[in-house]
Write a protein that binds this ligand. Structure first.
Ligand SMILES: NC(=O)c1ccc[n+]([C@@H]2O[C@H](COP(=O)([O-])OP(=O)(O)OC[C@H]3O[C@@H](n4cnc5c(N)ncnc54)[C@H](O)[C@@H]3O)[C@@H](O)[C@H]2O)c1
Length: 273
């Protein structure tokens, strides 16, 4: 039997890598509207692309307005343009309202909300300033509150919210990222409260990624990728598209009896509750 050749990720394996399936993945979101923040990069970008490919109209928000606009153009269908992008700062409550208003004004409805914007700054607690702590809490946690608060009255019956938590929100152990980990743990709790308060009209879940190969963790991966891969049963990093497909599943009717969950997507790096 011929030896397996390294794939494009540098992994030598006889198991099938799911690249092709992911690139083609589709759901049926025809006539639906999704609002995604952090849409200029990584998981937000992959989510916006998958929803658009699956028939949805897509509102993209990001603090980097030009980059969000470039993504909107990139993922859209020139024959049937249904994306809109806007500069949006998760730290500013008025920006959340403006983003939701622009979405409803342009597309006439809102079905799915995916607040993916976040920051991940390195700082141990013993050197952390109050300003550093507060900035992460403001963007990663308060930003989600403002967006959800602005969207609730507009969300269509049968709609869905998917928050971006993290494996660190479950393990609690995010060395050099206490502020980040605290926001992600809080989002698991917020998911459950929202699921109770908004059901049965709207389902609310979270996804909790492990280490996903995106710009957010580029610094960490520069020195730590090998160790992460060694500790991951699936023996590689996750890809933004693999989180996007879980988000799409949770929004879809295939997940019609799932609410209040925070679903891990870690390749087995962390298993547990
Ligand atoms: N990459 C991972 O390993 C990983 C793991 C667990 C959870 N997550 C979560 O997934 C989500 C997406 O992460 P990613 O890996 O795609 O990161 P990313 O850095 O690739 O993308 C984050 C996006 O958020 C935007 N952003 C930053 N601050 C903002 C602000 N104040 N207002 C609006 N937009 C802002 C950035 O411009 C960027 O486009 C985040 O909530 C992150 O915490 C990521």
């Amino acid at each position: 039997m011929a030896a397996a050749a390294p794939d494009k990720h540098g992994t030598t394996s006889t198991t099938r890598t799911p690249d092709t399936g992911l690139a083609q993945a589709r759901f049926d979101f025809s006539a639906r509207v999704v609002l995604v923040t952090g849409a200029a990069s990584g998981i937000g970008r992959a989510t916006a692309a998958l929803f658009r490919r699956s028939g949805a109209s897509v509102m993209l928000g990001d603090i980097r307005a030009d980059a969000a606009e470039a993504v909107a153009r990139d993922i859209d269908d020139a024959d049937d343009p249904r994306t809109l992008s806007m500069g949006y700062d998760a730290a500013v409550a008025a920006d959340a309202q403006a983003l939701v208003d622009a979405c409803v004004h342009r597309f006439g409805r809102l079905d799915y909300l995916v607040p993916a914007a976040a920051i991940y700054e390195d700082q141990r607690v013993d050197g952390m300033t109050a300003a550093q702590w507060e900035h992460t809490i403001t963007v990663n946690l308060n930003g989600v509150f403002h967006l959800v608060r602005s969207a609730i009255d507009h969300l269509a019956d049968g709609g869905s919210i998917v928050l971006l938590s993290s494996m660190s929100g479950h393990t609690g152990g995010s060395v050099e990222h206490a502020h980040y980990g605290a926001t992600k743990g809080a989002l698991v709790s917020l998911t459950r409260t929202l699921a109770r308060e908004l059901g049965p009209r709207v389902r609310v879940n979270a996804v909790s990624p492990g280490v996903i190969d995106s710009p957010m963790v580029a610094r960490k991966l520069a020195t730590g990728a090998d160790e992460v891969i060694r500790n991951t049963p699936l023996a590689r990093l996750g890809r933004p598209e693999e989180v996007a497909s879980l988000i799409a599943f949770l929004c879809s009717d295939a997940a019609s009896f799932i609410t209040g969950e925070a679903v891990l997507v870690t390749g087995g790096l962390f298993m547990g509750g």
